[in-house]
Write a protein that binds this ligand. Sequence first.
Ligand SMILES: C[S@@+](CC[C@H](N)C(=O)[O-])C[C@H]1O[C@@H](n2cnc3c(N)ncnc32)[C@H](O)[C@@H]1O
Length: 225
Amino acid sequence: MKFTDSPTIELQVRSAHLSIHQDNGSMHVGTSVWPCSLVLVKFAERWSPLTSSSSSSTPNPYAHLLDFSNKRAVELGCGCGLASMGLFLLGLNDVVLTDIAPVMPALKHNLKRNKPSLHNKTLKTAQLYWTNPAQINALKPPFDVVIATDVVYIEESVASLVAAMEALVSDNGVVLLGYQLRSPEADRLFWELCARVFAIEKIPHEDLHPEYAYEEADVFVLRKK
Ligand SMILES: C[S@@+](CC[C@H](N)C(=O)[O-])C[C@H]1O[C@@H](n2cnc3c(N)ncnc32)[C@H](O)[C@@H]1O
């Protein structure tokens, strides 16, 4: 699975079909779909209790993690919204998608475009700059699930990103992170700051979806220490 500059990204999630318009020519990275979002959604689909049969002889190590019933979730830096839309289709009914103001038109366009696949639901959106505590508080944390994919790429933003994750996730909650190294400096600082706050679990590559996995992409689960 490769990053593609095709104007439309298609993704099947269970029986639903998502189709996201992206604009790779824009100056805002959030108007493109980044590949770790697909990796996270297809990992979750593979192990979702909605997908895997409870009568299967193989135990599902992620059944609890991916049981989204009655969970509240927020996504940080959601871009076009594919990760939250995918996890919504896997049972995450209460999710708010956030990003910076210039990305909102692309996000809202894609939510509208995919509304029929999202059981005709308009998913919630909010403007959220990681540096803005008032916007964080307005969302009424804590959340059971914080979603973030491909958001670690600018060293200067890393401290506020980790602080936002910490402020938003509940003591028993999880951060589901789709991750690819984009900047060595941002990477180093991100994991240093995360290790102070979170216990870090890396999903083994063999547990990712075989058709939506590649060497550089990882899924991490972060839990407050
Ligand atoms: C590389 S894109 C990834 C978009 C989307 N998560 C995906 O995987 O397709 C990074 C996203 O983080 C957002 N972002 C970057 N810095 C931010 C900040 N300080 N506050 C809020 N969002 C930010 C960008 O607007 C963009 O949507």
